[in-house]
Design a protein around this ligand. Structure first.
Ligand SMILES: *Cc1c(COP(=O)(O)O)cnc(C)c1O
Length: 330
């Protein structure tokens, strides 16, 4: 059994299920964090691991993480951290100190690519002392101050590792880009990355929460993502209509309808790279479409108007995909 918070990204339970584990939800508290008491009550000999995203997908830091990890370890299970939101804590928090046993780092989200920037997806996986012997070959090991690529292990395939990975190098370009970003920032620059990403998200949260419903706005500052919902939109308008209208304002829409725990979720991640001027422009555009949505402006249902492609029938496209191009009849 693997436990995942109900706000988890679908890839978390999917990964556990793919590896033949059963998956169960851990409920959230009203303030959007893992319900520690419920988690503790569920731990037992049948639980292999808990998968947690920190900061979580509601944009909040899991303050009880160390206590969660201690309880999980005491129950003989492991802590997997989904590192998709590492941008908010890079240079600030060492996952090992939080008790994480395994974590993937989405290089296509942290270290140069804005979240949702498309990818290609690339993610090194880091392991704690407790899991290191399970690392598949090849892996990178730190010895003293140097790193080495271990291609052949002393244990010679007879250890607990499942062996060799076919596709170790993955998306090489992403590794190169991430390394370049890390080296050009340096340790102090990476701390600034986290600070600016979090500051920018809070600026958006506080600049729009009078207009857009911020379900966890009262839980304190957010991390690097500001979360809104579509409560109080008028006359059948939804998050989709707001997102499509943002295209007409010149903005790629934010992540929508995720996390599932918020109705019509809009998850805005400005990242560290936006200036105050560009944030103010975005806020003005977002407030403009939010006001129209609340007023029930029906013209939003046909948006976008100024994009090369108008509103697409995405359900039809998913159900009846046209996968080959055929020239139009003369
Ligand atoms: C984006 C995201 C993922 C999945 O990332 P991929 O882009 O599909 O690799 C997993 N968890 C969270 C919290 C995410 O935001």
């Amino acid at each position: 059994m693997v436990l995942c918070p109900e706000s988890a990204h679908g890839t978390n339970p999917a990964t556990a299920a793919f590896a033949n584990y059963r998956v169960e939800d851990i409920p959230a508290t009203a303030e959007g964090r893992v319900d520690l008491a419920a988690l503790k009550a569920r731990l037992g000999p049948d639980v292999a691991a808990v998968m947690i995203t920190n900061p979580n997908t509601c944009g909040l830091f899991e303050r009880d993480f160390r206590e969660i990890a201690d309880a999980v370890h005491a129950a003989g299970a492991f802590v997997y951290c989904d590192g998709a939101n590492f941008n908010a804590i890079v240079g600030k928090v060492r996952p090992g100190d939080l008790g994480v046993d395994a974590m993937h780092i989405n290089l296509h989200k942290t270290f140069s690519t804005p979240h949702g920037g498309g990818g290609p997806g690339s993610g090194p996986v880091v392991l704690s002392e407790a899991l290191k012997d399970f690392a598949p070959l090849p892996f990178v090991r730190k010895t003293g101050e140097t790193y080495e690529l271990v291609e052949q292990e002393e244990r010679d395939g007879r250890g607990p590792s499942f062996g060799r990975m076919a596709a170790f190098h993955g998306q090489m370009g992403m590794f190169t880009r991430a390394l370049t970003y890390i080296l050009s920032h340096g340790a102090d620059g990476l701390q600034q990355v986290a600070e600016d990403a979090v500051l920018n998200a809070n600026y958006i949260l506080r600049s729009c929460e009078d207009l857009l419903h911020a379900p966890f706005g009262a839980s304190g500052p957010c991390m690097h993502e500001a979360l809104f919902g579509d409560k109080d939109f008028g006359d059948g308008l939804s998050t989709l209509d707001l997102a499509k209208s943002l295209i007409d304002e010149g903005y790629h829409p934010m992540t929508m309808y995720f996390p599932l725990v918020v109705h019509g979720a809009m998850l805005v991640e400005p990242t560290e790279t936006e200036s105050k001027v560009s944030l103010d422009q975005f806020i003005a555009a977002l407030r403009g479409v939010a006001e129209r949505a609340k007023a029930g402006d029906q013209s939003m249902k046909q948006a976008p108007y100024y994009a090369p492609r108008r509103r697409l029938d995405e359900t039809l496209a998913a159900r009846k995909p046209v996968l080959a191009w055929t020239p139009a009849e003369e």
